[in-house]
Write a protein that binds this ligand. Structure first.
Ligand code: GDP
Length: 323
């Protein structure tokens, strides 16, 4: 039948067209090989997700060990890691979410840590730490924060040893919109501190933040200088210094912690300003440093900008860490 033959021709032509198209596509695919993609990095599992996967079944001796490993891998030091495992383990009841318990126990570590104290009237804050940890930057950020809260702030340049220290403090003072009281390089740091208290008071300032030297690799006796600056500040202001903040770089590791510890012998440090938390891969280092220095973390620096400073808050830290 002519109709039947016509249909066969149409089918044959369609099949031929398909073959030609397939061949063309095949050639194009051969000519342009699929781009080779780098394997996707495995998304970093949050500590909370890791904890939930460890405790999928009923907790065993092994799972508590794995929890400790997970904490250590998140930069929580071995001491605090073991302590947290003990607390979570003691609190655990069948059916509990171990990640939620962990979050609660992390927050509890900081529960009784005092916050930064900047009393009304005339407050004096002294800032100490090794050069390069972020002392000047932290002072600038803190000045801006306090001035933003309505305080009248002045800065004292008591690091008279380092060539550019006063200039650098001036720059931060300008950025923060606060006055910097300084003398020429090489002046006695105690004399600068004394004059700064008097000048700040005379000009009606109600917060004085004192920058200090942080050289530890010279023979000049730094620790005596710092304790003298503190004594002078207390004599001039007729009251104890309100805070002595030790600036610690979160990325420095054991060596940085050992260096920071030398300051504890010289002055009575009241809290830690932990800088460069943005550069440390895992936030657990806050627990490690707090434990190693035995001091509350009062401020955290999270960048190089003037607004990158926050008062430390244990609850939100715990939530962020556990995720
Ligand atoms: P100082 O010698 O202790 O006074 O240290 P500086 O204040 O000069 O800071 C040293 C370096 O650390 C500078 O490059 C700062 O920008 C940087 N820095 C300070 N705080 C932070 C922070 O919280 N995060 C980051 N990423 N960098 C910071």
């Amino acid at each position: 039948m002519p109709g039947g033959i016509g249909l066969e021709i149409v089918v044959a032509l369609a099949a031929l067209a398909l073959l030609v198209a397939a061949a063309l596509v095949g050639r194009r695919m051969r000519r342009r090989p699929a781009p080779v993609r780098a394997p996707k990095p495995a998304a970093r599992e949050s500590l909370g997700a890791r904890v939930r996967s460890i405790f999928r079944g009923a907790p065993s001796e092994e799972s508590w060990g794995e929890l400790e490993d997970a904490l250590i891998r998140a930069d929580v030091g071995p001491g605090p890691a073991a302590e947290l495992v003990t607390r979570v383990r003691e609190a655990y009841e069948p059916g509990d979410d171990p990640a939620a318990l962990l979050k609660r126990e992390v927050a509890a570590v900081f529960e009784s840590d005092p916050p930064l104290v900047v009393p009304p009237g005339f407050a004096v804050l002294m800032v100490v730490g090794v050069n390069g940890t972020g002392k000047t930057t932290t002072i600038g950020k803190l000045a801006k924060r306090l001035a933003g809260g309505g305080r009248s702030v002045a800065l004292a340049a008591s690091d008279t040893f380092r060539a550019a220290a006063a200039e650098q403090l001036e720059e931060w003072g300008t950025r923060a919109g606060v006055e910097v009281i300084s003398q020429q390089r090489g002046a006695d740091p105690g004399a600068v501190a004394f004059d700064a208290v008097q000048a700040a008071r005379a000009r009606g300032r109600d917060v004085l933040i004192v920058d200090t030297a942080g050289r530890i690799h010279t023979k000049q006796p730094l620790m005596e200088e710092l304790s003298k600056v503190k004594r002078v500040l207390e004599k001039a202001s007729e009251k104890p210094v309100d805070e002595v903040l030790l600036v610690v770089d979160a990325t420095t590791g054991q060596n940085g912690i050992a260096q920071a510890r030398t300051f504890l012998d010289a002055v009575e440090v009241t809290g830690i300003a932990l800088t460069k938390l943005d550069g440390s891969a895992r936030g657990g280092v806050v627990l490690a440093i707090r434990d190693e220095l035995g001091l509350p973390v009062k401020l955290v620096g999270t960048g190089e900008g003037i607004d990158d400073l926050q008062p430390f808050d244990g609850e939100s830290f715990a939530a962020d860490l556990v995720g």
